[in-house]
Design a protein around this ligand. Structure first.
Ligand SMILES: N[C@@H](CCC(=O)N[C@@H](CS)C(=O)NCC(=O)O)C(=O)O
Length: 210
């Protein structure tokens, strides 16, 4: 029987990992469809019907297609009640983290990773993005000082969204031990039941849940 959720993504994609991690931590089975970015499958007419922006990830749930990893996390939290805000104020704080993460953290880390793994632009461009990544990690480290999780007292989708990017920092040649509060938080997230690192979690080919 098909799983209720189908995830379209790439094992190389940090935003795909966020969604896969949410499923894993919620204990939700999902069917998986690998979208080969190198072959341009994300721009194919069939895939553009699932994600009009031509990017991964996307999910389909009961015939409803949606994209943008952080909003997918919100959707799954609403559907399951897991990693959801405890109250209205926490909901607002979570939204602040989701926007900050995609605005200030993800571009620096993901582009630095891209430059290490797939392309080498001018050194000035590399340095510019590394600086942004370091500024983001510095803010995250400061705000985690004395805190177990980003919002409230239990892990939420804010932690999952931010972790999804931070998990790839080593590939961008950033050492998490340079940010001790981030490291301690990383260890707490990695201890959650169902947790898997990106390459242990995302299949490299299509996969059905059962
Ligand atoms: N804001 C989007 C970003 C998605 C994104 O940048 N996906 C990349 C792979 S990691 C992609 O599909 N790149 C191909 C493209 O943008 O054409 C999200 O969080 O879902």
């Amino acid at each position: 029987m098909a799983a209720a959720y189908t995830l379209y993504g790439s094992f190389l994609s940090a935003p795909t990992y966020k969604v896969g991690l949410m499923f894993a931590l919620c204990g939700l089975d999902f069917d998986y469809r690998h979208i080969d970015l190198a072959k341009g499958q994300h721009k194919s007419p069939d895939f553009l019907k699932i994600n009009r922006y031509g990017q991964v990830p996307a999910i389909v749930h009961r015939g409803f297609n949606m994209c943008q990893a952080n909003t997918i996390l919100e959707y799954i939290a609403e559907q399951t009640g897991k990693f959801a805000p405890a109250n209205a104020e926490d909901r607002q704080r979570i939204r602040e983290w989701l926007v900050w993460e995609s605005d200030r953290l993800e571009p620096g880390i993901n582009r630095s990773r891209f430059f290490e793994r797939f392309a080498k632009p001018d050194q000035a461009v590399v340095d510019y993005h590394r600086k942004w990544a370091e500024m983001g990690l510095e803010v995250l480290n400061d705000l985690l000082d004395g805190k177990q999780v980003l919002v409230g007292t239990q892990p939420t989708i804010a932690d999952i969204a931010v972790f999804g990017v931070v998990a790839h920092m080593a590939e961008a040649k950033f050492d998490v031990t340079a940010w001790p509060h981030v490291k301690a938080w990383w260890d707490r997230i990695a201890a959650l039941p169902g947790f898997k690192l990106p390459y242990d979690l995302l299949p490299r080919t299509d996969k059905d849940a059962a």
